[in-house]
Design a protein around this ligand. Structure first.
Ligand code: FPP
Length: 246
């Protein structure tokens, strides 16, 4: 959405919401559970958010599941996350198709386990007709790396516009068939931290930012609705003047 007035979601309006799903580990620690158990509960919250999104006027939902810096975590936790992503894709694809959700992945694929790569391709392929919601999972994703790769694709001689460079960034982190998503309208971060952690830095240039103390495993449709309600109170000016002042 790129209007200059404040936005009220209507069915079919293509709001792009991106979420940094933080707090799985702390949620688990507070209950004496393993971090892997926290991530498993996090997968339930992903299901809830995906189900709630279309009814809130969200057309694109991008979820930060694994950053390129998350490889620094203990191998056991990394392996548990890779298994969880794979089982989510294998177990959830039928439901995504039923709900009209198209799933694509952004991020590097060459460092992922072969089984996960295969599950990604299968899920992307099987859900490609989905029109109610475009769900994008960011796995082995770094915004700075995506921008560097886009600059390499651009080469030395080409005068790029914001639009054409944005296309290169999209190409640098997802297969060409996935196409380019619109800029992010609303960035949500759960878990009480207030930082961007190398997520969609280019695409968030004019995003509204919403931080909540809710730990990701406790996040649900109501919490997503609150974030969208906050967004609706914002007047977006994109560097221009407010409607009243103009
Ligand atoms: C950050 O919280 C969360 C992650 C690095 C993993 C996100 C993964 C999920 C939500 C699992 C399900 C995802 C899918 C796509 C099925 P943290 O573990 O760093 O939490 P902490 O800051 O409390 O330690």
């Amino acid at each position: 959405m790129t209007t200059s007035a404040s936005f009220a979601p209507t069915p079919g309006a293509a709001l792009h919401v991106a979420i940094i799903m933080d707090g799985n580990g702390r949620w688990a620690a507070a209950r004496g559970l393993t971090r892997a158990a926290g991530h498993r509960q996090g997968a339930e919250a992903v299901r809830r958010a995906v189900e709630a999104a279309p009814g809130l006027g969200i057309g694109t939902l991008t979820l930060y599941a694994f950053s390129s810096d998350n490889w620094r975590r203990p191998p056991r936790e990394v392996a548990a996350l890779m298994r969880l992503f794979r089982s989510y894709l294998r177990g959830e694809t039928d439901r995504l198709i039923e709900n009209g959700v198209r799933l694509t992945m952004i991020g590097r694929r060459d460092r992922l386990p072969a089984g996960l790569r295969g599950a990604m391709e299968e899920a992307e392929n099987r859900t490609r007709e989905g029109r109610r919601l475009h769900l994008r999972l960011a796995i082995d994703y770094s915004a700075r790396d995506a921008i560097i790769r886009a600059a390499q694709l651009a080469g030395p001689d080409v005068a790029h516009t914001r639009e054409s460079f944005a296309e290169l960034i999209a190409r640098s982190c997802s297969p060409a068939a996935a196409g380019r998503a619109s800029d992010v309208d609303l960035l949500v971060r759960t878990g009480g931290e207030r930082r961007l952690s190398d997520f969609l830095l280019w695409e968030c240039a004019y995003a509204e930012l919403y931080f909540t103390d809710i730990m990701w495993p406790d996040f649900d449709g109501d919490a997503l609705g609150e974030a969208v309600s906050y967004f609706c109170t914002r007047e977006r000016r994109f560097g221009g003047l407010s409607v009243a002042a103009g």
